[in-house]
Design a protein around this ligand. Sequence first.
Ligand code: DOR
Length: 443
Amino acid sequence: MTEKYDLIIQGGTCITPSGVTITDVGVRDGRIVALGDLGRAAGADYFDARGLHVLPGVIDTQVHFREPGLEHKENLETGTAAAALGGVTGVFDMPNTKPLIADTETFTEKWRNARGRLWCDAAFFVGATAGNVNELAELERLEGCAGVKIFMGSSTGDLLVDDDAVLGRILAQGSRRCSVHAEDEPRLRERKRIAEEAADPAVHPEWRDVETAVRAVKRLLKLSHASRRRVHVLHVTSAEEMALLRTREDTVTVEVTPQHLTLAAPEAYERLGTLAQQNPPIRDVRHRDALWAAVRDGLVDCLGSDHAPHTKEEKDKPYPASPSGMPGVQTLVPIMLDHLHAGRLSLERLVDLTSAGPARIFGIAGKGRTAPGYDADFTIVDLRAKRTISNRWIVSRCGWTPFDGMKVTGWPVATVVRGAVVARDGQLIGQAQGAPIRFLETA
Ligand code: DOR
């Protein structure tokens, strides 16, 4: 019998654009070619998904895989391995590396080095600087480019644009959605002494306070309005920003991270110390509740893990010399499945935030939904599995997670990228064959 399909995923509960349905999925040449009862159809390979949920592949639109130059924290191979083992099929990687990814040479070199080392599909951001404004329109069109990233406030690395005139010029170049870290640099500088004097990570949300974020978001909304440029506000952390963003125009989209939806001050700083330190900061329960309200009412467009690994030794430095950031790409799916189990969001909304949302707002071609013609990317999960997240499970180079010891219900059991099962039951399978994520010409 000739094989009609390369892979048949049998009997899983699939989340499709037309609803949740138990069905087989037929895959050929890396794409979904059939949905429905495939009976005794012949496949080169079969995956028995009965009792499991087959989600469209999860796309994490904010990770820092540290390559080039900071490979002691992470590299593209370890970062994408963590992604695959955590049920993530595609990532957008950030440019705050050494050197920065801010011109054609560094961008092309990064892709040259990435080939054959990616366990999932990827796109790389280009960083905006005062020096590359005139090249951005060309850079954002390079194959495998996720768009332009702007840091309005300093965080890890040297990327910073703190001047509205330069920001305006950047937004006037090119047309794709710009992803923006919105913290107000002048206020950060003015208040840094709070961190220095306290020498305690518990003051991180006081140094980088809500007003710091609100000022930057206000400036950004104004600039986006003036230029009509589409902007994506990364890792929103406060009730006040959400209130502002609720008045947004159609050019503006919103991200939250699983850690801001899960951790809260002061408990996180008491328990985790500098491991809880990230920019913008983990804030108190009032803000966390506001983020959940924004998830539920549709204001939030997507989740990003802001996977930002630093070694334990680096994190052990006395605050505020300790670097900001925590890993998250491997824990995004289990953490969010646990929130699903707790009834904080629906499965459909989760899929919207992790697959359909990223595809819609960034104009990703061929990904983000389980439908014929789309890439056969799947995050196959067991919603009933009870597991404990542990540092031992983390394959990221940093070797730790802020969620060490957390008991969760719901676990990614297999990851399929363009028809290849790349991870199953905690093991990587086959070879690293990740490819550049493609974008619609209109994006
Ligand atoms: O906490 C953070 N760490 N926030 C960022 O914006 C950057 C990141 C990093 O690269 O370490």
